[in-house]
Design a protein around this ligand. Structure first.
Ligand code: ADP
Length: 169
């Protein structure tokens, strides 16, 4: 059984086996949570991301997939980078957002991570409505076949925290 916990705050201040990054497909950094993770985690994370771009992910990491690097100076062993879909009003991309959560947990299982912190993927620059993102995130984690013992959603603001809290009921 995976326990789901909610925390309001900055994910780069969390202690966990793995911290999930809402990356962009370039893997070379960006704004929002991605920028914060690279700033606090230091250059070792970007160095590994560059190596991934030079090898397995020459064209970048596709949306819905996940890959791990060192966590650098963060209080974690790994950062698991996943690329959320950009919200679309005309196309249902929910399966890609679910896939981000499933794939991050699959990578966590491969690594042997037992505690995993997630941000609210796609709900910033990628504009996914928070209520719907919270529903997809919680439903996917609840139904994922994983050995991860604790999934901690770390929500930056109260609105996001409240949306996740409503899903947990
Ligand atoms: P995306 O491109 O997937 O939308 P963003 O980083 O723009 O990614 O936003 C994803 C979510 O992460 C948003 O809800 C945003 O408020 C939140 N966020 C931004 N910085 C942090 C942080 N340091 N810790 C936790 N969540 C953060």
């Amino acid at each position: 059984m995976t326990t789901i916990r909610l925390v309001q705050g900055d994910i780069t201040r969390e202690s966990a086996d793995a911290i999930v990054n809402a990356a962009n497909s370039s893997l070379l950094g960006g704004g929002g949570v991605d920028g914060a993770i690279h700033r606090r985690g230091g250059p070792a994370i970007l160095a590994e991301c560059r190596k991934l771009r030079a090898s397995r992910y020459g064209k970048g990491l596709p949306a819905g997939q996940a890959v791990a690097t060192t966590a650098g100076e963060l209080d974690a062993r790994w950062v698991i980078h996943t690329v959320g879909p950009v919200w679309s009003a005309t196309e249902d991309r929910s399966e890609l957002l679910a896939s981000c959560h499933r794939e991050a947990l699959r990578v966590a299982d491969e690594l042997g991570a037992r505690t995993v912190a997630f941000p609210a993927i796609s709900t910033g620059v990628y504009r996914w409505p928070i209520e719907d993102a919270a529903r997809i995130a919680v439903e996917t984690v609840r139904s994922a076949p994983t050995d991860v013992e604790e999934v901690r959603f770390v929500l930056f603001d109260e609105r996001a925290y409240d949306a996740f809290a409503r899903q947990l009921g």
